[in-house]
Ligand binder design. Structure first.
Ligand SMILES: [Zn+2]
Length: 281
């Protein structure tokens, strides 16, 4: 299979279970500092799994997390992974003004560079919140000094998505590459294939088929994403959420680590900047 030889991009959105956008209506931001922290042990677990399978990844990290757990950022970098930005406070681009977004992405970049001691080139919007109506967010990222983003998911979804966006990397602006999350084209529609809730919900064989299809038929590397809390079935449950939100957040958490190990075994993985070399593009 030719797909075995393509190296794919593995990405982690580094946030804790209480910072997830879908749970945000039920969690006061002021309570973040008082909540039980799970991100350290979950990132450590991911680092061990990646090391076992000789995989490198890009860690899109919240400035909020880097400020509180600087040693975690340094652990990620010393293991050979790429540090990138997930913004400072996990606000969607769609809920910020241009001025607010600029302040958020600048602050995140400064914190991450201070802690990590390396330039931060990449950004991922919380909840893939760059879509058809806020292309100005790309101008903001360029202004803040980012060189690439991975913030568009070209699918239909009730919380995010830009189904008509290109499926593969493109220049969102001169000097700023957008690297969309992987989709697979089936019967004229883009289906999500790049991780998240779908990876937990569907049997692993479906994800493997989709990623191989992109490697073999489209002859392209894929971009896959996950969160540290997705391998943590023991995380505290957030009360008051809807059935749909609960299902999406908690489905198959106990199975994800085993699936992830299969994914790491079945494909080759590296950091975004190595797979797509955006700085050289
Ligand atoms: Zn996020």
């Amino acid at each position: 299979m030719t797909g075995q030889r393509i190296t794919n991009a593995l990405t982690v959105d580094v946030e804790d279970y209480f910072q997830v956008s879908a749970l945000a209506p039920h969690i006061d931001r002021a309570s973040w500092d008082r909540r039980e922290c799970r991100v350290e042990r979950n990132v450590e677990r991911l680092l061990s799994l990646f090391a076992e399978h000789d995989a490198r990844a890009t860690f899109f990290t919240l400035g909020w997390i880097a400020e509180r757990y600087p040693h975690l950022v340094r652990r990620v970098l010393s293991a050979g992974h790429e540090l990138a930005s997930h913004g400072y406070g996990h606000l969607r681009c769609t809920e910020q003004s241009r001025t607010e977004l600029l302040a958020d992405v600048r602050r995140a970049k400064e914190v991450l560079e201070d802690v990590g001691g390396e330039p931060v080139l990449g950004y991922r919007a919380p909840s893939f919140s760059i879509g058809a109506n806020n292309g100005w967010a790309f101008d903001v990222l360029l202004e803040a000094g980012y060189r690439y983003t991975s913030s568009v998911y070209p699918v239909h979804h009730d919380h995010y998505g830009m189904p008509d966006a290109p499926r593969f990397p493109y220049d969102a602006r001169p000097g700023l590459r957008e690297l969309p999350i992987t989709t697979v084209r089936v019967l004229g529609r883009n289906l999500p294939a790049g991780g998240g809730g779908y990876f937990r919900l569907l049997p692993y064989g479906v994800s493997r088929w989709a990623l191989r299809h992109v490697n073999d038929v489209d002859a392209r590397p894929t971009i896959f994403y996950l969160h540290p809390w997705e391998i943590d079935p023991m995380q505290p449950r957030i009360a008051g959420t809807t059935l749909k939100t609960r299902f999406r957040h908690y489905v198959n958490l106990a199975r994800t680590e085993v699936r992830l190990a299969s994914l790491l075994r079945d494909f080759r993985w590296d950091r975004v900047d190595k797979v797509f070399a955006p700085a050289a593009a």
